[in-house]
Design a protein around this ligand. Structure first.
Ligand SMILES: Cc1cc2nc3c(=O)[nH]c(=O)nc-3n(C[C@H](O)[C@H](O)[C@H](O)COP(=O)(O)OP(=O)(O)OC[C@H]3O[C@@H](n4cnc5c(N)ncnc54)[C@H](O)[C@@H]3O)c2cc1C
Length: 448
C-alpha cells in the first residue's frame, strides 16, 4: 500500500466534502472530483435536494470538523414526528423525553456548500464537472473522467476513495475487476420534492384566517415548525421538514408502479387529482325556486374538512378547524370569488350564496350566522351573489365542543343504563334481605 499523503476523493456530496475536510485538517493533500458544477456558482443542482434530518451521528461528524456552530445556525429543531391522520387529527410523537433529545432539519444544499467551503479552507482542492466513467487498479488507481462537453481527463493517483453515492461508479469499477459481493435491490418507490412556502411568500388571497393572523403577528411558518411532518397513507406518504427561513421542503414518496404511483400519475392533472381526493360524498343536488330566486342545494358529507379547500367542488373556499382551549374547537372560513373571475352580466348577479354546516357537536358561539344556532349544532351564513362578485368574501366562524353529539348521547345512554341496572340490583338486594329476615324470624320463634 502507498504511504503517499496525496488522497483523491470521487464525489463532493456530504460524505466526500466532510471526509476532505477531516483529511485536509490532518495534513493530507486532498483533491476531490465531482461530476456536478460548483454549487456555489451554479446553485445546488437538485430539484430533489431533500432536507436532512440531522441526528447525533451526523452532528458527531460535524463536531469532529469543528463545524457545529456554522451548521446549527441553519438548523431548525424537530421535537418529533407530527403525524397527520386521514381524519385531519395531528399527533406529535416525540423522539425523546424532552427537548434535550431532538433532531435537526437542515437544508442539504446549504450543508453541502458549507462542507465544501470548510474543506477548501482546510486546504482541499475541488475539481467540478468531472464524472468518473472508469477506473483501473494496480499500482494506485488510473481514473478516467469526462466533463460536460464530453472531453476526457485521465489521471493516475496513489490513493482513491469513492464517495460518489449510492450508485458509485468507483465501486462498479472495483466490482468489475474483483467482485465485491454487492447486491442491489430496487426499492420500488421514488420521490419528488415539493414546497410549502413561508407565509410571507404565499399570495394573500390564499391565506386562511389563522394564517393571516399568524402572519400579522410576525410568524412565518404555515404549520408547526418544530416537527418532522408525516402524512402516512398506506403505500405512499408525504413528509415535510422545516427550513430556517419559514418554508417547508416536502417529499412525496410514491411507488413506481400501481395505483397511485409514478406510473399512473404521469400528468400534472393526475398529480392534482391525487391531492384533491377530498373524500366528499355528495348526497343530494336540488334546484328549487323561492321568492322567484333559483337555489341550487348541494348536500354532502365529508370525512376531512381540511381537504375541502382547493378541491374541484370548493376551489375558492378557505377553511380551518383548530383547538380553542382544551374543550372546544374553532371553525373559521372564508368563501370568496377567485381573483380574475369572468365578468357576470347583471341578470345573473341576482341570487344568494350560502354555506350551512350540520356540525357533529354542540355549537357554543358563532359570528354572523344568519339564523343563529339551530337545533344546537346547525349554523349557516349567506350573502348576495352580487356582493360576492364585487369581491366581498363570505366569512364564517363558530366555536363548538370537542366532544361529538354521538359520543355525548352514547355516554348519556350508557350512564342511564348503568344507573337503571344499579337501582334494579339495589331493589333486588333489599327484597332478598327482607325475605331472609322474615324466614329467620319464623324459624327462631318455636326454638325460643
Ligand atoms: C430521499 C432521501 C432522504 C434522505 N433523508 C436523510 C435524512 O433525513 N437524514 C440522513 O442522515 N440521511 C438521509 N438520507 C441519506 C443520505 O442522503 C445519504 O446517506 C447521504 O447523502 C450519503 O452521502 P454521500 O456523500 O455518500 O452521497 P451523495 O450525497 O449522494 O453524494 C454523492 C456525490 O457524488 C457525486 N457523484 C456521483 N457519481 C459521480 C461520478 N461518477 N463521478 C463524480 N462524482 C459523482 C454526486 O454528484 C454527489 O455530489 C436520505 C436519502 C434519500 C435518498
Amino acid at each position: 500500500m502507498s504511504h503517499s499523503k496525496d488522497i483523491t476523493i470521487v464525489g463532493a456530496g456530504l460524505v466526500g466534502a466532510l471526509l476532505a475536510t477531516l483529511l485536509a485538517q490532518r495534513g493530507f493533500a486532498v483533491t476531490v472530483y465531482e461530476r456536478r458544477p460548483d454549487p456555489r456558482v451554479a446553485g445546488y443542482a437538485g430539484g430533489r435536494s431533500i432536507n436532512l434530518a440531522l441526528a447525533e451521528r451526523g452532528l458527531h461528524g460535524l463536531r469532529l470538523a469543528g463545524m457545529t456552530d456554522t451548521i446549527m445556525e441553519l438548523a431548525v429543531m424537530m421535537r418529533g414526528r407530527m403525524v397527520h391522520h386521514r381524519d385531519g387529527r395531528t399527533e406529535l410523537l416525540r423522539y425523546g423525553r424532552d427537548d434535550s433529545e431532538v433532531i435537526w432539519s437542515v437544508s442539504r444544499g446549504r450543508l453541502n456548500i458549507a462542507l465544501i467551503d470548510e474543506a477548501e479552507k482546510a486546504g482541499a482542492r475541488f475539481v467540478f464537472d468531472r464524472r468518473l466513467t472508469g477506473a483501473k487498479f494496480g499500482d494506485g488507481a488510473a481514473l478516467h473522467f469526462e466533463d460536460e462537453a464530453g472531453e476526457t481527463h485521465d489521471i493516475r493517483v496513489p490513493f482513491a476513495i469513492g464517495a460518489d453515492g449510492a450508485g458509485s461508479a468507483l465501486r462498479a469499477a472495483m466490482n468489475a475487476e474483483s467482485p465485491l459481493g454487492e447486491r442491489i435491490e430496487p426499492l420500488g418507490h421514488g420521490y419528488k420534492e415539493l414546497e410549502i412556502p413561508s407565509l410571507t411568500n404565499m399570495p394573500e388571497s390564499s391565506l386562511v384566517p389563522d394564517e393571516a393572523s399568524a402572519l400579522s403577528r410576525g410568524e412565518v411558518f404555515a404549520i408547526e415548525p418544530h416537527a418532522l411532518h408525516i402524512w402516512p397513507r398506506g403505500n405512499y406518504m408525504c413528509i415535510a421538514l422545516p427550513n430556517a427561513e419559514g418554508s417547508f421542503t416536502v417529499t412525496l414518496f410514491l411507488p413506481s408502479e400501481g395505483d397511485p404511483s409514478f406510473a399512473t400519475i404521469a400528468s400534472s392533472a393526475a398529480a392534482r387529482a391525487l391531492f384533491e381526493r377530498s373524500g366528499l360524498r355528495v348526497k343530494r343536488v336540488t334546484l328549487v325556486h323561492r321568492d322567484g330566486r333559483p337555489y341550487l342545494f348541494v348536500s354532502a358529507d365529508f370525512d376531512d374538512l381540511s381537504r375541502l379547500p382547493g378541491t374541484p367542488a370548493f376551489p375558492d373556499l378557505q377553511i380551518s378547524l383548530r383547538p380553542d382551549g382544551d374543550e372546544r374547537l374553532r371553525l373559521q372560513g372564508r368563501w370568496s370569488r377567485p381573483p380574475g373571475g369572468a365578468v357576470v352580466p347583471g341578470d345573473q348577479r341576482d341570487g344568494l350564496m350560502a354555506v350551512r354546516f350540520h356540525l357533529p357537536s354542540k355549537v357554543y358561539s358563532h359570528q354572523n350566522a344568519h339564523d343563529g344556532v339551530q337545533r344546537g349544532n346547525i349554523v349557516g351564513w349567506r350573502q348576495d351573489v352580487a356582493a360576492a362578485l364585487d369581491g366581498q368574501a363570505l366569512e364564517f366562524e363558530a366555536v363548538m365542543s370537542r366532544r361529538s353529539i354521538l359520543f355525548s348521547t352514547v355516554t348519556l345512554f350508557a350512564a342511564a343504563i348503568v344507573g337503571g341496572l344499579g337501582i334494579l340490583a339495589a331493589a333486588l338486594y333489599l327484597v332478598f334481605r327482607r325475605g331472609r329476615r322474615a324466614a329467620t324470624g319464623r324459624s327462631a320463634g318455636p326454638a325460643g
